[in-house]
Unconditional design. Structure first.
Length: 294
């Protein structure tokens, strides 16, 4: 498998990057604070990974639970003051969110790099997703009121360029909504770091950051190239010209029964901790940023 080594930050393009102490394969930017895999698999290898047959079987087995997830997210979006005109969902997967969003937005569009996901979106929801990376996609003169990217930013090769493209596609006053894993600061990441210190075999594959080493084999479900904190995500958005309006928790849990109750309880407890201390211990981050009106 082909790997590439980076000599600049993939967020802000600064050359002030250094290896993270106690880890192999991770760099941190001295300017914006972004942590990212370095070296990392090539873009071609990653695209092939996400286009594997059966990659989205788990999603299809959890349709009802994921319907609940998308409705929770849609409810948060509906509370944001903005025009409900054109919405673009980047990394639309099998199109489940767009299916729900089409009921409240005048026009919905989605992009996706996985050929298997695009096929499912067409067959299941009648959606014609745009095949390709957002950065390489052209929408002529079309502009959007809202752009959503749920657990996408951590996958893209250059988050800074991705955000530049989002800014160019938004109407003035338009809103970008991001959800990313809280890979570094979550309670579970902190716990993994502690267990690793005490020599737990279960966590031996994790680094001193509590992050796993990246491989493209059957043991890997997701390919995260960037690892955000509240501070680094906010810094990156501001640097790219956005006004950050809100940072909170993404209501990301796909479960039912007693597990659903437990996840809701954890989500609410972490929400209260974040509200009163500014520390997000939950597994995910939610960001709302707006394109300034000139």
């Amino acid at each position: 498998m082909a790997y590439e080594t980076l000599n600049k930050c993939i967020g802000c393009s600064s050359d002030e990057i250094h290896s993270v102490p106690g880890t192999e394969g991770f760099s941190k930017c001295g300017r914006c604070g972004l942590i990212f895999d370095n070296p990392r698999p090539s873009a071609v290898a990653i695209r092939e990974f996400y286009s594997r047959e059966g990659q989205y079987d788990g999603w299809l087995d959890e349709i009802a639970e994921r319907d609940d997830l998308w409705n929770r997210r849609l409810k948060k979006i509906m509370a944001i003051p903005t025009h409900r005109g054109a919405l673009l969902d980047v990394g639309a997967g099998i199109g489940q969110f767009l299916h729900h969003a089409s009921q409240v937005f005048e026009d919905v569009t989605g992009t996706e790099i996985s050929s298997s996901a695009i096929d499912i979106a067409k067959k299941r929801y009648g959606l014609n997703l745009v095949d390709g990376n957002l950065e390489d996609t052209f929408f002529l003169e079309k502009r959007f009121n809202i752009i959503t990217a749920f657990h996408v930013l951590e996958h893209v090769p250059f988050p800074g360029k991705f955000l530049d493209k989002c800014l160019s596609l938004l109407e003035e006053g338009g809103v970008l909504i991001l959800a990313v894993p809280n890979d570094v600061d979550s309670f579970w990441a902190r716990l993994r770091r502690i267990f690793r210190i005490f020599g737990s075999k279960k966590y031996s594959k994790y680094t001193s950051l509590g992050l796993p080493m990246l491989t493209l084999d059957d043991s890997t479900e997701e390919v995260h190239l960037s690892h955000f904190t509240k501070k680094s995500l906010s810094t990156l958005l501001s640097d790219r010209g956005f006004e950050v309006e809100h940072l909170s928790l993404d209501p990301f849990f796909v479960s039912k029964g007693s597990r659903l109750f437990r996840h809701k309880l954890i989500y609410r407890i972490c929400g209260l901790i974040d509200l009163f201390s500014g520390i997000n211990l939950y597994e995910t981050l939610w960001a709302v940023a707006r394109k300034p009106a000139t």
